[in-house]
Ligand binder design. Structure first.
Ligand SMILES: Cc1ncc(COP(=O)(O)O)c(C=O)c1O
Length: 377
């Protein structure tokens, strides 16, 4: 059934969910940044990182931030969204998408997801739009793009802004267009487990010069350009450091290699789990190019009760895994009467498997073997 050298069995090696890929290039660039003395948020690497990231996404501008949550918050804030406003987000996402809306005083409203992409469903968005709605934040979940045409059409019809949360999908494409370049603004995270990392870090992308200027202004304490230490409004310190940017520049130079590795790992899982009934791996619509940030395993309803025991079994075999995110609308601060059925169902049945680019084919076989053992009756 499954071949493979299960070299982890009995050994102490733990297969983590994801770990960054650091080469001599990253070390050299960071060393250069440290030695330059520019250790805070001035220094050449920040501008290089922003310019190269904009080029990578195909946007006119990119602005680096201290993390992805800060980038999301800046994006919502610069649009003037405030208390009394609503912003529609998918029910299945990381908590930061909702929290960034709340920081402005606005209310996140959760829409359901599509069963086929696990991303926000335009049909559900339409039902959630009210006169208070100001924006939509689609999330390209686990590396798969959301249905951007459906979302952009709704945004046009109701005059809403679109902020793409591409924190998990650097380099993913929707109909051949880079995620983060389609909405009014794009947002990325460079946390340690992301496609590329700066340790902590984030980025805003946009083609709109006004949005870019406003984001840069708010990122740096809203200080006047012409008058030092004059602050006409409340801003933030959401700057990235030169040291982090140096790491980012090195990672960005390797992004094609890193994405190719993710795709190869997905293929290995696909091959190793072929023939196992009752499971599905990450989707990929024909209009999408998934970057497989996380390898996802979705259990069919009939065996969904096995998720906990499967995660336990993996752990016993030295294999890390994670459950899918809980629906946002289940959290105490975002509790809602309405149930987004697909988000609830997918959330309950999904788990993330080790997805780091250093994973070997033998390790994938070993993981698949443990899954077979637990799921086959
Ligand atoms: C969908 C999504 N949005 C936002 C964030 C927040 O990014 P950060 O952790 O860099 O603040 C993350 C990741 O952590 C994420 O997965």
């Amino acid at each position: 059934m499954i071949n493979g050298n299960h070299k982890n069995k009995g050994s102490n090696k733990f297969i983590s969910i994801s770990s960054p890929s650091i080469t001599q290039k990253e070390i050299d660039f960071v060393k250069d940044a440290v030695e330059s003395g520019w250790v805070s948020s001035l220094g050449k690497y920040i501008k290089i990182f922003e310019d190269k990231f904009a080029e990578f996404c195909g946007t006119k501008y990119a602005l680096a931030t201290s993390n992805g949550t800060a980038a999301l918050h800046l994006a919502v804030a610069l649009l003037g969204i405030k208390e009394g406003d609503e912003v529609i987000i998918p029910d299945l996402t990381f908590i930061a998408t909702a929290n960034a809306v709340s920081y402005t005083g606005a209310r996140p409203v959760c829409a359901d997801i599509e069963a086929e992409t696990w991303c926000i469903d335009p049909k559900s968005i339409r039902k959630k739009i009210t006169e208070r709605t100001k924006a939509i934040i689609p999330v390209h979940l686990y590396g798969h793009p959301a249905d951007m045409d459906g979302i952009m059409n709704l945004a046009k019809e109701y005059k809403l802004y679109v902020i793409e949360d591409a924190s998990e999908a650097h380099g993913a494409r929707y109909k051949n267009r880079m995620v983060g370049s389609i909405g009014d603004l794009g947002v990325f995270s460079f946390y340690g487990n992301k496609i590329i990392t700066t340790g902590e870090g984030g980025m805003i992308t946009t083609n709109n010069p006004g949005f870019y200027e406003k984001a840069a202004f708010l990122r740096d304490h809203a200080m006047s350009k012409d008058k030092r230490y004059w602050h006409p409004e409340i801003g933030f310190n959401y700057r990235l450091t030169n040291l982090q940017a140096a790491l980012g520049v090195a990672q960005l130079e390797r992004i094609a290699e890193l994405i190719n590795k993710k795709r190869r790992i997905f293929k290995w899982y696909e091959q190793s789990l072929k023939g196992l009934n009752g499971i599905k791996l990450n989707p990929q619509k024909d209009w999408a190019e998934n970057v497989y940030w996380m390898i996802c395993l979705l259990l069919e309803e009939s065996i969904s009760g096995k998720r906990e025991s499967l995660m336990q079994k993996l752990k016993q075999n030295g294999i890390d895994s994670r459950p899918f995110f809980y629906p946002i609308s289940l959290m105490p601060m975002y509790k809602s009467e309405e149930i987004n059925r697909i988000a609830y169902s997918v959330s309950r049945r999904g788990l993330n498997l080790p997805s780091g680019v250093e994973l070997t084919r033998d390790e994938v076989r070993y993981i698949a073997h443990a899954i077979y053992e637990q799921i086959m009756p």
